[in-house]
Ligand binder design. Sequence first.
Ligand SMILES: *Cc1c(COP(=O)(O)O)cnc(C)c1O
Length: 395
Amino acid sequence: MNSNKIKQLDKENVMQTYARFDVAIERGEGATLYSPEGTEYIDFTSGLGVNSIGYGNKKWAEAIYAQAMKLQHTSNLYYTEPYVKLAETLTKRTGMKNVFFSNSGAEANEGMIKLARKYSFDKYGKDRSTIITLQQSFHGRTITTLAATGQDAFHNFFFPFTEGFKHVPANDIEVLKSEITNDVCGVLIEFIQGEGGVLPLDEKYVNEVAELCKANDVLFLADEVQTGVGRTGSLFAFEQYDVKPEVLSFAKGIAGGLPLGGFIANEKCSKVLTLGTHATTYGGNPIAVSAALEVLSQLDDTTITEVAKKGEYITNEIQSWKLPIINEIRGRGLMIGISIKEAVPRTLAEQCSLNGLLILTAGTDALRILPPLTISYDEINKGLVILKKTLEKEI
Ligand SMILES: *Cc1c(COP(=O)(O)O)cnc(C)c1O
């Protein structure tokens, strides 16, 4: 099927909820994608932080095939080996206690929110159920995770939203202090706000949040759906801040392109969700979990260190252009935001796609680079050439 036919069928048969770029994709290799007509695109998006080990990854595809031939799914009422192996890998590599698997980021956050509320309910009873999140945050698209999301634009149409969320400005510890009232059971943060604009939290602020939570027996929760799984140059972003969340959620990059998410709890929170209090049909599906085991085995310490280096390389390159259109560059590792002046990021991203580079936007002012973690320097350089020329409006 050619690109035009695909686009036509989409318009005719699909709910038009996505502002799609004028690009159809058929296949990929490394960090390069191809349209049905063979048009080449350098991929600075990785399917929104998902395809962490790139395209055409043989060992990953083989792990999926082998598992599909053995057992594609079984109910969570039975034990399976890949599931417990992935749980063990995650607890070992984070130093935390245990895991619950879901299918997506929103579901992971929803489960983490349930855990926080039940922790408080068990210990203090009802009416201590409020969760504080930050302005500009993004936590998902379910009715509850929309309520958690600290952006007014998301609080529309779908009333009534779940009660029990308060939003405070990021990096302002005094406001947080005054908002930790008797009804609060958790504070939920992203170390680097992804959808909000690639906005990293100050280290000092994060430390103070953790201390404040501890002092009030309020759970310190981290949404690492975008920052997790090597993205920022450590397996999870918390490792680069001097804190440890009590529960953290993950999804996006974990299975390299298959749907998988979940949350990891420390010792204190490991027994909150008890028999029958949380469940899912697909969560921790054997194929997704086998894919995730392969992703984590490829994302060893060397590869993750490379992520940090590639991120620095990209940032330094872009800075060296000294383009007046660029306001500042934010982020860590391969999660990079380029704040733009006097131009619409979306228009620039569209122009990039016409020139052979897929790139994302974030917040209102930024272009966002989120490539496969295994992207080669050759592909990085090709992508940067297109980005520079597009920003200079030379192509
Ligand atoms: C993408 C994202 C989510 C939502 O994940 P889905 O898999 O789309 O439900 C939640 N939190 C953050 C920080 C994200 O980046």
